[in-house]
Design a protein around this ligand. Sequence first.
Ligand code: HEM
Length: 373
Amino acid sequence: MDPIIAAIHADPYPYYAQLRAEGGLVFHQGLKLWVASSAQAVAAVLAHPDCHVRPSHEPVPQAIAQGMAGKVFGQLMRMNEGERQRCPRAAIEPGLALIDVNEVNALVGARLITPGPDGLYAAMFRGPVCVVAALLGFSPAQGRAISELTADFVACLSPLSDQAQLDTAHVAAEQLKGYFIELLDDPNNRSALLAGIRQRFAVTSTDSESLIANLIGLFSQTYEATAGLIGNALLALIRNPQLDSAQVDDVIVDDLIAEVQRFDPSVQNTRRFVAAPCEIDGVSLNAGDVILVLLASANRDPQLNDDPDGFLLDRPNRRSFTFGAGRHQCPGQVLAISIASATLRKILTLKPALDRLTWRYRPSLNGRIPLFA
Ligand code: HEM
């Protein structure tokens, strides 16, 4: 086991506990990076101004720098510090925070979901992006095309992708941009979310490329992480048969999603790149150092949650790093949780034979996303 393989291991949590026992922030000789595993170290790294989301010598991964996917990547708030993060974030975050849960429920409710593995795949990997597309004012048919394009585009974010996948990602980025050019030109767009984002964006910038890149970023950020949350909630029902899925009502679904995101997060880790010499949690770091930030381990730290390895639907004062912390903290948390809850509720009304499903985790360096068969 190592801290990267752990993301898709059947049960990485005892290993994370071992890492925490060896120290919150420790250098891993094999991977040649620092590993932050305790809640204290994870919080300190995410809060530190010199811990950046990209290495300063490679703001865009070389493998995609020459194409459209690289152009989008280079403008994402997720991949920038300073003004290039703060400006798009200030335009987008307030709108996401005001999402109407009833609207999300209605959009998920209107989707056709079938109970077999193919239906679950579509509910996990297509539905959430279709909901975000609808909230921005795209038609259902456009949403379906956009969810396919997003699947192709996100390949550019993973170092595991091959050249053919990267070529497809460039084409997808170009097409997603085309969808947004048309959307932003459409005088009949009625989306309150899009109107608010445009209005706030115009206050600080006229750079429509940055606006479009960060709107595409909403799809790519939604895609795998929300699929994983829905999938890991289904796994929790399979692993805890006492939570009889036929009896799980609306309240329990909300509690279940809240505990699953902490207990078995779809985003297990993120990375930071040290931009200047600094000291964190008593450890001296040099410019150029890389830190693997184990969000999923911090969630199981007894310093953060009492009885951290217990799966407790009614957990008091639940605390979690699954959505990050600090200046890059996920602005889509409320939306992601409402999409996942609505989707799980809809899946459960179909009374799926959960005990007959098998699964494996999708290959990934940071995502914990089950694929059902
Ligand atoms: C279960 C689903 C999700 C999880 C677990 C998740 C998790 C995260 C995490 C951990 C980060 C911070 C990464 C870092 O600091 O290195 C992040 C950032 C972000 N997320 Fe989410 N996310 C989810 C869904 C969404 C959705 C639905 C949206 C929007 C529609 C979204 C939009 C964003 C954006 C724009 C950022 C970048 C923020 C910034 O850099 O300032 N996420 N997310």
